[in-house]
Design a protein around this ligand. Sequence first.
Ligand SMILES: Nc1ncnc2c1ncn2[C@@H]1O[C@H](COP(=O)(O)OP(=O)(O)OP(=O)(O)O)[C@@H](O)[C@H]1O
Ligand SMILES: [Mg+2]
Length: 257
Amino acid sequence: MNQEKIQGKEKFRIEKLDLYYGEFQALKKVSMDIRSNEITAFIGPSGCGKSTFLKTLNRMNDLEENVRIEGKVELDSTDIYTQMDAISLRQKVGMVFQQPNPFPKSIYDNVAYGPRLQGVRSRVKLDEIVEESLRKAAIWDEVKDRLKRSALGLSGGQQQRLCIARALAVQPEVLLMDEPTSALDPISTAKIEELADELKKQYTIIMVTHNMQQAARISDRTAFFLLGEVIEYGETGKLFSRPEDKRTEDYITGRFG
Ligand SMILES: Nc1ncnc2c1ncn2[C@@H]1O[C@H](COP(=O)(O)OP(=O)(O)OP(=O)(O)O)[C@@H](O)[C@H]1O
Ligand SMILES: [Mg+2]
């Protein structure tokens, strides 16, 4: 458990965020600050709004019809809904999904995809970005001799690290991860956890997980969601050892529901 003093500075500030899918209110007055150079974990039962909330942080909900959002999300004091366009926001706030989703392209082209979209043409520069991103995602040694081969030939755990490399290639500041290890074996899971711990030195990491041990092991702060509300949010060590709310306690001790 990470009991270290919290050092990061405020990256996201979320204020009274409500989100509706049509008539259904999926998020209710969610407020929290998320700090840089930390891992923030979101936990809570299925359907409580974790993915919905994560997606509001890089406006992935904009893609859905019938979604209405009220309240405020600020990234470095800039309102992401009124003062930023979705493209530049998503360049700063990358996302990794539950199921690894590499493009049906070569390993190299997966990582070079974002930089190319951003206009990087130089082969030398692209080679550099691809290598650096794969190294940061701790998969370079496994793929350096087969960069031209299809990404679909990688194992699930390798594909997930490739997707992390792809997200890092556009030099984001924040990495959102929605249950990034739930489809992986324990060894790949451990690798992703080590990687997240390494990446937080440079990035802000926000991770949804159903695995309570994982949240306790790697996160600095944890938010417990229930029915669209944040019930408790605080330092991970404290939330797991001395929760303030009875509902948090019931959930983390498995007595819930
Ligand atoms: N596109 C959508 N349209 C309508 N309702 C939705 C949509 N997406 C999610 N919901 C509803 O919003 C609520 C929150 O869903 P969400 O996916 O955020 O939960 P979650 O906490 O991520 O759950 P899980 O742990 O199962 O992934 C659920 O009741 C879900 O049915
Ligand atoms: Mg989810």
